[in-house]
Design a protein around this ligand. Structure first.
Ligand SMILES: Nc1ncnc2c1ncn2[C@@H]1O[C@H](COP(=O)(O)OP(=O)(O)OP(=O)(O)O)[C@@H](O)[C@H]1O
Ligand code: SF4
Ligand SMILES: [Mg+2]
Length: 311
């Protein structure tokens, strides 16, 4: 069975005089046939985690733990696989990425068409009509043939997002990591993308949707993982996390939604260079008790949470 299992994954960045603890001890499973949403405030480590899985981290990063991809041959630890192997066998094929800043991932001197047709040739070498194939994928992402004739600098943010979405869909990856994929898209295009994601999971593949938009996660995801200061603080079925959050940060996120209490969480997240020894949310938590000075561990349930005094 194909699945991705993260076991105690951490990512640190070394800077002159400081270490950034961007991802801390993340363990989770991405199952076939599900859309798992990873949600959390800006800067909590979502993109860094995605980049770690695809071998896109810069030279000042160190990883620990394992991220094991099974199915299609021997298990592969994505964190320990050489870049050349990731490029040849994983990226775009087994694991695709819709990057958070699509424009910066496109090659500036080639049209969208040239990049999409090249991706078709790489992933479907026996297709005799790569141009038609590129048009079909482009249409699924909301692009017209005329849009494809533009260079990246001629694309609006929304069009660049659609090109990135099309490029990620070409390879039919088993797992699609979609990092804020709806940025700049209007409602019909968002609905189209959601339909693509649903088609993938119905097919037995998986989507890891990264977003700070909890309402979008609620619409799309089967399960939600809530990240705070690089750690998963709650994970479970979408309805459970949404309707009966157990961690006080998740409760705060839900209560901040416009159709709920619309009350923002006071304060801001801790510095990743200076995380508290205990619960990272303690400085903002209205239920903090002395035991919160010890780090809570994630429970071992289908709806799991890391809190000493759950809601
Ligand atoms: N190369 C790097 N060197 C040092 N710190 C970094 C580096 N790349 C990312 N970080 C830090 O890692 C932390 C997590 O960043 P990340 O981009 O994963 O956040 P995010 O959850 O994706 O936020 P957003 O919702 O804004 O996209 C941030 O504090 C960021 O400044
Ligand atoms: S562990 Fe303590 S500080 Fe952290 S969320 Fe739970 S009650 Fe609040
Ligand atoms: Mg991000």
């Amino acid at each position: 069975m194909t699945e991705l299992v993260l076991d105690h994954v951490s990512v640190r960045f070394t800077l002159p005089g400081a270490t950034v603890a961007a991802v801390n001890d993340v363990s989770l499973r991405v199952r076939p046939g599900e859309c798992l949403a990873l949600v959390g405030e800006s800067g909590c480590g979502k993109t860094v985690l995605a980049h770690a899985l695809l071998g896109f981290l810069p030279g000042n990063a160190q990883t620990s733990g394992t991220a094991t991809l099974t199915g299609d041959g021997p298990p592969l630890d994505l964190l320990a696989t050489p870049d050349a192997v990731l490029a040849k066998t994983v990226r775009g094929r087994r694991v695709g990425l819709i990057p958070q800043s699509p424009a910066s991932h496109l090659t500036p001197v080639r049209t969208a068409r040239a990049q999409l047709e090249e991706a078709v040739r790489v992933h479907h070498p026996s297709d005799p009509a790569p141009r038609d194939h590129a048009h079909r994928v482009a249409a699924r992402a909301g692009l017209s043939p005329a849009d494809l004739d533009r260079y990246p600098h001629e694309l609006s943010g929304g069009l660049a997002q659609r090109v990135a979405n099309a490029l990620a869909l070409v390879g039919d990856p088993w797992l699609l990591i979609a990092d804020e994929p709806t940025t700049g898209l209007d409602r019909p295009l968002v609905d189209g993308l959601i339909a693509e994601f649903r088609r993938m999971v119905t097919d037995g593949r998986a989507v890891l949707l990264i977003t700070h938009d909890l309402a979008a996660a609620h619409r799309i995801a089967d399960r939600i993982a809530v990240m705070y200061a690089g750690r998963i603080v709650e994970i479970g079925p979408t309805a459970d996390v949404f309707d009966t959050p157990r961690h006080h940060y998740s409760r705060g996120l839900v209560n901040a939604l416009p159709d709920r209490a619309f009350t923002p969480i006071p304060g801001g997240p801790p510095l990743l260079t200076d995380l508290p020894a205990g619960c990272s949310f303690a400085p903002r938590c209205d239920q903090v008790v002395p035991v919160c000075a010890e780090r809570p561990t994630l429970t071992d349930d289908d709806h799991a949470y890391a809190c000493h005094v759950p809601c």
